[in-house]
Design a protein around this ligand. Structure first.
Ligand code: KG4
Ligand code: ZN
Length: 365
């Protein structure tokens, strides 16, 4: 089954062709980083406008790279949410139009489910990635979400924990802003941390008792307090004469230990994420642990989880961790097996939870 996937939920315009939920035939991603970096974050209005101009060339390239035309496509998959409404609308409208004109079924995909299914994908030229086995525990860490999920089969999710405040990626992005490291923050913090030493400064770990929930907002505030000792000019937003408030990074004296602060920040995030994930794997008898979402690209997170997990750890290659459409086409294959289809009146869902089941202890699961 050949599925064309479309993803426009945030600031990447992406289209991809995937066979049988496993094999990537093409994976085109047009990033908008150049557009948003001066604002220190994604500006929704600009993002949706850029999707409008990028989506058709990106689609064209995805079909060309896969070497296929519409006749061999079996279905069109599209992200229906969660994400920025104006951005999602662009992808959904294009997907609906193609489904209508080409007379193909339309498959709606939850963006978070897409991130999980990136673990089923094999890139062109890569050795075949074996299918993950159930039950498994999956840590989804992206710019908008931090969710720990028990997956007992395809589409069968139990939510073990989540964050009521900043998502892990958001925490990385905000910390990078405070440190003046640019956008997106995750890769910038990782790079700075490689030159630094965790432990020179002490940042808090929010364990939240025995729960599998996460909280990173206190960590961000603690970093801000540490930094204030070094700051000459605080970060500020400048509205005057700008179509959007422009972000001006803070300015530090010459002696600010950016690398050590980045290293401690990353260590604090990684420690909480990995300890809880490994504990959940033990408690729920997981056969493996999966990482998913943009933060799954983080080398320190991958390494620490491999060290402490009681079961094998799997994660996608970095290009499939951050937003892409191959993961959407991949997840759609398994949805299609279960008969999931959308009508042509499909709407966007800016807030779309992956799971509705509540926390269970091991015995109840
Ligand atoms: O999944 P994603 O591309 O978009 C959302 O669905 O949100 O995730 C983007 C997030 C950003 O917050 C970015 O800073 C973070 O993933 N990220 C990383 C790394 N690469 C991307 N965080 C830590 N380390 C990285 N290497
Ligand atoms: Zn994402």
């Amino acid at each position: 089954m050949i599925i064309l996937g479309i993803e426009t939920s945030c600031d990447e315009t992406a289209a991809a062709v995937v066979r049988d939920g496993r094999f990537v035939l093409s994976n085109i991603i047009r990033s908008q980083v150049d557009l948003h970096e001066r604002y220190g974050g994604v500006v929704p209005e600009l993002a949706s406008r850029r999707h409008v101009t990028s989506i058709v060339p990106v689609l064209d390239l995805a079909l060309e790279q896969a070497g296929i035309g519409p006749s061999v496509i079996d279905a069109i998959a599209v992200t229906e949410g969660p994400g920025l409404a104006g951005s999602l609308l662009v992808g959904i409208n294009v997907a609906k139009t193609l489904a209508f004109v080409w007379e193909k079924p339309l498959i709606p995909v939850n963006h978070l489910e897409g991130h999980i299914y990136a673990n089923w994908l094999t890139l062109p030229g890569q050795d075949e990635v074996p299918e993950p086995t159930f039950p498994l525990v999956c840590l989804i860490v992206s710019g908008g979400h931090t969710e720990l999920v028990l997956m007992r089969g395809h589409g069968d999710y139990v939510l073990l924990g989540r964050t009521p405040d900043d998502a892990a990626g958001e925490a990385f992005d905000k910390a990078a802003r405070l440190l003046g490291l640019g956008f997106p923050g995750g890769p910038a913090i990782q790079k700075a941390a490689e030159q630094g030493r965790p432990g020179r400064f002490s940042l808090p770990r929010a364990w939240l008792g025995e729960s599998y929930d996460f909280s990173f907002s206190g960590l961000k505030t603690a970093l801000l307090r540490l930094l204030e000792q070094y700051q000459r000019r605080p970060a500020r937003r400048v509205a005057a004469g700008q179509p959007f408030p422009e972000y001006v990074a803070p300015e530090y004296g010459p002696s600010v230990p950016i690398a050590d602060l980045a290293a401690e920040f990353q260590a604090a995030v990684v420690e909480v994420l990995t300890e809880k994930t490994a504990r959940a794997a033990r408690e729920f008898g997981a056969t493996m642990v999966l990482l998913a979402g943009g933060v799954a690209a983080n080398a320190a997170l991958r390494q620490r989880l491999r060290e402490i997990s009681p079961v094998p750890v799997r994660y996608p290659p970095p290009i499939l961790c951050t937003d892409n459409a191959a993961m959407i086409a991949g997840a759609a294959y398994y949805l299609a097996q279960r008969g999931v289809r959308a009508d042509l009146d499909l709407d966007v869902h800016a807030h779309l939870p992956l799971v509705t089941r509540t926390l269970l202890r091991a015995g109840e699961a």
